[in-house]
Design a protein around this ligand. Structure first.
Ligand code: NAD
Length: 394
């Protein structure tokens, strides 16, 4: 089952649980608008999309990815998931997603900048602080977004910078954004443990993926929850140390794996690590019905989008492995994006402590809502998150 099929299955199940009619489900699934266009730069044409899925609760919100595999079906599904995520954590933002089908690593910066600016020119009338607020995603970052904001300002005269989030700090971005998704994962785990009477101090944790999300999760979880991250993997190797890998005093770098002291094992062994909590922070579609039995952890934290497919989810939950779902666990990034948009609109720049406190408040309350709903309705935590989101959206 791929990520899109899993999301559709969850939407269908949650909608049935709520007693929604087929027509209501159809109406929810179909996007408000689909922009499908071409960008020609330096005589090269790239296909581009912006899917605006749902704006019932606020402006469309979602990233723009630059990747050769970008296609309309994928962007549409990701936009739908953004609507679910925003509603599951109760922020006043809708769902959208965009992309350009090209590999920016095959081009120089000048070409990438022209693509970014052309994307904004094509969509100018459809985006903006009250309409659609895009953000970075795969292969796009603060620098790309800063070009987009500049283009948008030149075209419209809007200088609020609230047209995009994920900007550089100098360009109007928010403190705390870089750590936000990892920090959100820590908050979700903390709240889960609190509710179930588990002491986080000394919990053994394994983390697949030590990029932006996995690294900050590991560092903050060690520092603030007292967990021991005993295993970590990137795409090449896994490092294992029963005494803990010591992320607490490390600084983020793309070479972080080389700095960790531990036994070297094959990357994929992370799935069967003998730990309390297994964190997926690398890719989607890692666990399916074929390999779910390898998981030994009691808790799975989904920080990537859709790392556990829907059939595997039901199987591991049936053997009492609890999954803290992506739509809440990895929403820290979109929540701080929302806070960035708020700051830009108010002409403010908050300190990191204020951003983190607000993120904590929003995620704590989202976890509480979902855990209560799972209990009262007898559904899985992931199903509860979808049920709550659909209820707020339909
Ligand atoms: P990243 O590119 O910074 O890091 C990805 C990490 O995963 C790297 O350490 C890489 O080596 C590792 N990896 C790749 N393939 C692997 C494999 N087969 N086995 C083990 N490790 C592997 O990406 P990121 O920003 O940290 O995002 C991680 C995931 O979280 C992505 O799926 C992303 O879509 C999702 N996500 C990110 C954010 C965000 O704010 N960055 C928000 C929500 C969801």
């Amino acid at each position: 089952m791929n990520m899109l099929e899993s999301a559709q299955a969850l939407i269908q199940r949650s909608a049935k649980h709520l007693g929604l009619k087929e027509a209501e489900i159809e109406a929810f699934i179909s996007p408000v608008a689909e922009h499908d266009f071409e960008i020609t730069v330096d005589d090269i044409t790239h296909h581009a999309y912006r899917i605006q899925h749902n704006n019932k609760r606020g402006p469309f919100k979602g990233g723009i990815r630059f990747h050769p595999h970008v296609d309309k079906a994928e962007v549409r599904a990701l936009a739908t998931l953004m609507s679910i995520k925003g509603a599951a954590v109760n922020i006043p933002m809708g769902g959208g997603k965009g992309g350009v089908a090209f590999d920016p690593r095959e081009f120089d910066d000048a070409h990438v900048e022209k693509v970014a600016r052309a994307y904004v020119r094509a969509l100018q009338e459809h985006i903006g602080p009250d309409k659609d607020v895009p953000a970075p995603d795969m292969n796009t970052d603060g620098a790309v977004i800063d070009w987009m904001v500049d283009e948008y300002e030149q075209l419209t005269g809007d200088t609020s910078k609230a047209s995009f989030t994920g900007k550089s700090i100098a360009g109007g971005g928010s403190e705390g954004r870089e750590e936000a998704t990892g920090r959100g994962g820590v908050i979700a785990l903390r709240e889960y443990c609190k509710k179930h009477g588990l002491n986080t101090n000394g919990l053994k944790v394994a983390v697949q993926g030590v990029g932006n999300v996995g690294f900050y999760f590991a560092k903050i979880a060690e520092t603030e929850l007292g967990v021991s991250v005993v295993a970590a993997a990137n795409s090449k190797v896994m490092k294992y140390n029963t005494e803990g890998l010591g992320f607490g005093d490390k600084v983020f770098s793309r070479h972080i794996m080389d700095e960790l002291n531990g036994e070297i094992r094959p990357s994929n062994d992370i799935i069967q690590a003998d730990v309390d909590v297994l964190v997926f922070a690398a890719l989607g579609e890692v666990i399916d019905t074929e390999n779910q039995a390898e998981i030994q952890a009691d808790i799975v934290l989904e920080l990537a989008n859709g790392p556990v497919d829907d059939e595997a989810l039901q199987q591991i939950e049936a053997r009492n492995v609890r999954v803290i779902p992506d739509v809440i666990a990895n929403a820290g990034g979109v929540i701080v994006s929302y806070l960035e948009w708020l700051q830009n609109r108010e002409g403010e720049h908050w300190g990191e402590a204020r951003v983190n406190a607000k993120l904590d408040e929003i995620l704590t309350s989202a976890m509480s809502d979902a855990m209560k709903r799972a209990e009262s309705d007898g559904v899985l935590l992931k199903e509860a998150a979808f049920v709550i989101a659909l209820e707020r959206l339909v």
